[in-house]
Structures are given as structure tokens and as C-alpha cells.
Design a binder for this molecule. Sequence first.
Ligand code: EPU
Length: 514
Amino acid sequence: MVLLAMTGRTEGWIAEPYGSDVSRIIQFAEIDWEQWISILLFNQAKRQQRTSSPLYSLFRALYHLMAVSTGYRMLSQWVSVNPGGDTLDKLVIEGGRPLSGSIRIHGAKNAALPIMAASLLADGEITLHNVPHLLDIEVMLYILERLGCTCRHEQGTVTINTSLVRSHDVPEDLMKQMRSSIFLMGPLLARFGRVSVYQPGGCAIGERKIDLHLRGLEALGAQIEEQDQQIICHGANLTGADIHLDFPSVGATENIMMAAVLAEGTTTIFNAAREPEIQDLQHFLNAMGARIMGAGTDTITINGVEKLQPCTYEIIPDRIVAGTVMIAAAATRGNVTLTHCNPAHLTSLIHVLKRTGVQITVCNDIMTVSCMTRPKSVDRIVTSPYPSFPTDLQSQIMVLLSLADGFSVMKETVFEGRFKHVDELNVMGADISVDLNAAFIRGVPRLYGATVEATDLRAGAALVIAGLAAQGKTIVEQVHHIDRGYDQIEKLFQSLGASVERQSTVSKQLDFAN
Ligand code: EPU
């Protein structure tokens, strides 16, 4: 990087290995010398962090000083598209090999993200185990650091020290990075009586409003004003209330739980979401001293407490990653054993897979999935909130149904824009048509390799499954979407015998930068 800076180039992009494989991209247009120093300190801190060196904290602190004083937006390093808008990473898949072997399922992104935000509710150091290495997790850690936390993420364990939180304002560029940034609202409001945020970003799968979050916080006594794009909430004395959600929104349920936990009196959320991630949040908050009951049912009761204490907690396994692997095993007519998963969180998928003729055996936290013959179609699957069939597995199961013997219908009721994978699957030879929120799938004997584009996280995972099952070579572009929710998806499937390689189109710049 020093060499690069010395070349005097004033605009462009550089890439560095991040974690073990994922390319980390830094836009260096108009970066001045202070910002260069800040970047160098950041890199140094990351290297030290990997080797657990005590120098880590020093580099980290210096980086913070520089980054904050120069206003440099480090977040650009996680942006995985270059200025021309082309993808950097693509997956090249040679399809047609049945998956086989055993795989350990990593921790749940959608449980870890709200729990990381909820750490802000206590003063001190929180330790979380089984946290996956994902883009969204790194972004959340970065946001927490920008608020004043000190964070580490090593070998699945995250520590978050919240003692020096100094800001309650989440900048717009960070809010836009992912939907989960909205989880900061409840905890910051509860602990500091004030928070300002912007409309969150996230996968483009529908309108994704936040009205239920805001109405819930207002019911607890928060005053909310919107100035331009900024949403400012004040609420020094939140008070428990009865809150009826029009829809069992996962995020709104979680945000209200986190805000209500330090409110005076009792809050009851009616028509609450029942997802396992909500139960995980309840268990975490209770481990910090909260008094919450009912998560997993549609009525959650939160008795406010004065203070929460830091704790150590282990995140549940990722049911969507597990489901993706199960469907991939079936679609490739393979035989795969999943370990460290929770079959109880996957009953709707297990039910559907069994209807297609897939064999599944369950023993505690181990599941074996095998499929030797062409799967059968399923006349109708409807996605809806837990415990029904999850929207987050809709695109993946559609790949299996595309290969099934017969005609299936898939109805999507949670997000209005979640059929973007259909065109790509049709390019691969699938026969699917869409009418409003229903997809009509006529099974074909096989799919064929093609160049396709991941439009969002789960659509991307579906295309990877399609590529694994297809005849010939598939190239999946826009892999950064997939990196949000799967820890090195290529390694995951390689370990099950698949031929999947990640290619970066900036490899030359990578050499240059290093
Ligand atoms: N909705 C509103 N107003 C709100 C909140 C939600 O109208 O204030 C609507 C949404 O527009 C959507 C529906 O309610 O149509 C469901 O949204 P929900 O709030 O339940 O979803 P979320 O909290 O935004 C979480 C997961 C999603 C998952 C959904 C549904 C996280 C970080 N995200 O999103 O995960 O699809 O619940 O289960 O927990 C993914 O992992 O790929 C993903 C998108």
C-alpha cells in the first residue's frame, strides 16, 4: 500500500486479502496523507489481531484517532463493486457432482446481528461465541467501533467492550450498508435516551419499511422526528406499554424487546414474531439480567429492569445455512451429514423435503440428508413467518423444485421482491413463470451451466445450488451478496466434494497492493 501511495495515483481501487480469502477493497480516490496513515494503522491492527499480539490495541486506538479525526469512511473497504459497477468476485462451478461428506454449521447471522447490537445495553465486555465470519458481521463490528466500542473477532468469538461508547448517532453511510443497522435504535435509545439513524439499506427484496419499529418505540414513550433523511429519537424515560404489531415483523419485535428491557414497568408485544432468533435474543438479554418471557410464542412480556450486566453467550446455529446445505445435497442427489445444527428449527423444510422424496435422518444436533432419485414436485409451498416455510429458503427450494418430476407452485408472502432469481434459473434451463407473488415451476430433467448474477443473498445461494446441480460450468457473479450470509461458500461446498472456485477480477491490483 505504501508503494501504491508513493506512485502518486490519486484515484482507483485496491484489494487486499481480508480474513483468509475474501478480497477487501479500498477506494482511494482523493485520499490524503492522513487518511493513508489511518488505513495503514487499520491494516496493521488487523494483522496484529490475527496473531493476537498486544500491539493490536495500540494500532487500533491510533487508527481510531486518525480515522475519526480525518473523517475517513473505512466502510468503503467492504464495498465489493468497482467504480464501473462490475463485480470483483465470481464463483466458477463445475456442476454435476453429488455432494458428499460432513459439514459443521456455523452460527446464525440473523441471531448474531441483533445480539451484537443488544450488547450496547450493558456497560463492559460482552463475549459471544459461534459468531460467523461474514460481511454483515464485520460491518456491524465496524459500526459498533465507530460508536466507541472496542471489538475483536477471532475464531468465531466476538468480544465487544461498550464502556467507552460516545456516540448515539449512526452515520448514513453505515446505515445503508445493511438492514440490521436498524437494530442499533432500540439499544442506544434504551441506554442513552437518544439515538439518530437513517433508513437502513440491505438486500433489495422489497420495500422493507420500518414503520412498525418506529410505532413500537413511540408506544414506549419515545419522541421521533424526521429531519431530511435522518430519524431522531428521544426518550429518556421509556415506559412499558402494550404493543400490537400489525405483522409479526422479526426486526420490529427485536427492536422493541431491546428498547423495552430498560423501560419502567411491563411491555407486552402481541402478534410478535416467533423465529428462533427472537428466542436467542431473549436468552441473551436474560443472561445479561433482563426479565423477558414468551419468545417463541406470539406474546412476549418484558419486565423492565434498571441495569444489565455483560455476559458470555453462544449464538444458535444458522438454520438458513443448514437449510441451504440440505437443499444442495438433495439437488445434487448427494448424501450429506450436517453437524452442530438444530433440526427443531427446520421442521417446515424437513417436511417439504420429505414430500419431495428426500431421505432425512435426525439425531440430536446431527442430520443426514440423501437423495438418490429425481425429487417429486410439491403442489404448493407458501412462505410466511415462523414456524411456516421461511422466505429465506424460498429461492433455494425453488432450485430443487425446478428439477422435480412435476409441477409446483411457490407463493411468497413476506417480501414482494423476492423472485429475482427466477430469470437467472430460467437462463440455466428451468421452466418457471411468475404472476404477482406466485411462481409456477414446471420441473425439468436437468439444468445447464450459464453465467448468472446473484441479485441478493439468498438468490445468490440458490444460483450456487443450481450451479452445483447443473450440467457444465456455471459462473455466479456479484458474490459479495452471498458473502453477507455464508462464510466462504466455496470452501463450504468444496469440503463436500464440489468443484467451486472463487475468482477475483482485480487479482492484478491485488498483487500490486501487496
Ligand atoms: N415490515 C413492515 N414494516 C416494518 C417492518 C417490516 O412493513 O416496520 C414488513 C417488511 O417490509 C416485510 C415483512 O414485514 O415485508 C417482514 O419483515 P421483517 O421485519 O419480519 O424482516 P426483517 O426483520 O427485515 C429478518 C431477517 C431477514 C428475513 C426476515 C423474515 C434479519 C437481519 N433479517 O428481516 O433475513 O428474511 O426477517 O424472516 O434478521 C436474510 O437473511 O437473507 C434476510 C433477508
